[in-house]
Design a protein around this ligand. Structure first.
Ligand code: NIG
Ligand code: FE
Length: 423
């Protein structure tokens, strides 16, 4: 008999998303569906997944343990959100209204709106205020089922404020149940004061900020916005190589608006993920599909910016790429914390199947964060991070739009959302 401190019995459907991550092609269809599924954990780790008969034979609930009746509920691994710009201040609804009047995201960026607006606001905000903003956003993430999230700096763009963002993330990670994976993204934009001296800004990143981030162990990943008017392919390559030498894992904002070849570069440099890919080229699709680099797609961005063009999810899946999904939560191009919305948009706007979208928000999303040994599926030995949805079956998660049918969320074996409320 194994001891458990948490048992969830008889879920109408339990989707384990088990199997070796990363999942490609047909494997993306396999969600590991268990009817009347049971799951148990001890000290935050899963110790049992299976049917009720075996549960009774193999698992004993400790005296003070918690038992949850899963009848009428659908269980899923906690969502992993592998791309967010969490620590920002201010908001950009003015710019949003201008976009509704017909200005494009890039036209507004040229007017000094866009990222620069958020940089000003973030620089002016204290660490304490920034922390409180992060914590309320993390609450919203948790309420929509996210239990692990990547979070980037990139609205400080100088030593003090990049460090401030990353220290805030460290504190938020300590205080909040959602696990945060921090990314240093000083290369998100060129700050106003360096407009005419981009090379000096690149030096500031590589010679001053990066060593400090490393010294204080403030980030695990390094990310670059490889885009026309921001960092060129060559600049991105140099930045990425420097960061790799310093021991950082790599992500690249690749081929979002212009097909610069960021996807190929990500594959060549063995980045953990290439993100966006709305304008990926045929060559990019081929290179990425044959690599170990995840293709992290952000359907909420095309939706939010009202772009006709979407990342070619079907083509990427057919060619064998590791497709993952993320919110890209940020105030300019994707003001949403909800991975449930992203899952729905992947199905409605990118023609992914419901099963593919579920694997892309769990197992493959964990791979896109190099966390697939710990999270992303419900398997013995992994973290007990689980969502219980109040829906009759899993297709209803996509079918019933505009609601949040969350019932409970479990993080590290602890109930953190109960009956739709944060505990
Ligand atoms: O991922 N593309 C660059 N960065 C963000 C947008 C940031 C912003 O507009 O504030 C993105 O879309
Ligand atoms: Fe982004």
């Amino acid at each position: 008999m194994k001891s458990a401190d948490l048992v969830i019995a008889n879920c109408s459907q339990l989707l384990t998303c088990e199997g070796r991550a990363p999942k490609r092609k047909e494997a993306l269809q396999e969600v590991g569906l268990l009817e009347k599924g049971c799951i148990a954990s001890y000290k935050g780790k899963i110790i049992f997944v299976g049917g009720e008969k075996r549960l009774k034979e193999e698992v004993r609930l400790e005296e003070n343990g918690i038992r949850i009746d899963g009848t009428g509920l659908v269980g899923l691994p906690g969502f992993v959100d592998p791309h967010t710009h969490l620590p920002f201040a201010g908001s950009r609804e003015e710019e949003f209204v201008l976009r509704l009047k017909g200005y494009s995201y890039q036209q507004l960026a040229e007017k000094g709106l866009g990222i620069q607006t958020t940089v000003k606001a973030t620089r002016q905000t204290s660490k304490k205020e920034l922390l409180s903003l992060c914590l309320s956003r993390l609450n919203r993430m948790l309420l929509f089922g996210t239990t692990t999230a990547e979070a980037k700096s990139g609205y400080g763009l100088n030593l003090k404020d990049e460090i401030k963002q990353l220290e805030t993330l460290r504190e938020a990670d300590r205080l909040h149940p959602v696990d945060i994976v921090p990314t240093f993204m000083g290369a998100h934009e060129i700050p106003e004061e360096y407009r005419t001296r981009k090379n000096d800004y690149i030096k500031l990143i590589t010679q001053t900020i990066l060593p400090q981030v490393k010294e204080q162990k403030l980030a695990e990943f390094f990310d670059v916005f490889c885009e026309e008017g921001v960092f060129s392919l060559e600049e991105t390559r140099n930045l990425v190589r420097t960061a790799k030498k310093e021991g950082f894992k790599i992500k690249i904002h690749a081929d979002e608006f212009s097909p610069l070849g960021g996807a190929q570069l990500a594959a060549e440099e063995e980045a953990v993920s290439a993100d966006h890919l709305i304008n990926i080229t045929e060559e990019g699709i081929q290179k990425l599909s044959q690599s170990q680099t995840a293709a992290t797609l952000l359907p909420a961005v095309s939706f939010f910016l009202m772009l006709e063009k979407k990342a070619p999810a079907r083509k990427l899946i057919e060619e064998g790429a590791v497709v993952a999904l993320a919110t890209d939560f940020n105030p300019g191009s994707s003001m949403t914390e909800s991975m449930l919305l992203v899952l729905q948009l992947a199905v409605f706007t990118m023609k992914m199947s419901i099963e593919e979208a579920i694997n892309a928000t769990t197992a493959n999303a964990a791979y896109a964060l190099a966390r697939h040994e710990d999270v992303g599926s419900l398997e013995v030995g992994k973290k007990m991070d689980l969502i219980l949805w109040d829906v009759p079956n899993y297709p209803t998660l996509v079918y019933h739009l505009g609601i949040n049918p969350i019932k409970h969320v479990i993080k590290n074996g602890k109930l953190v959302v109960k009956d739709g409320k944060i505990l």
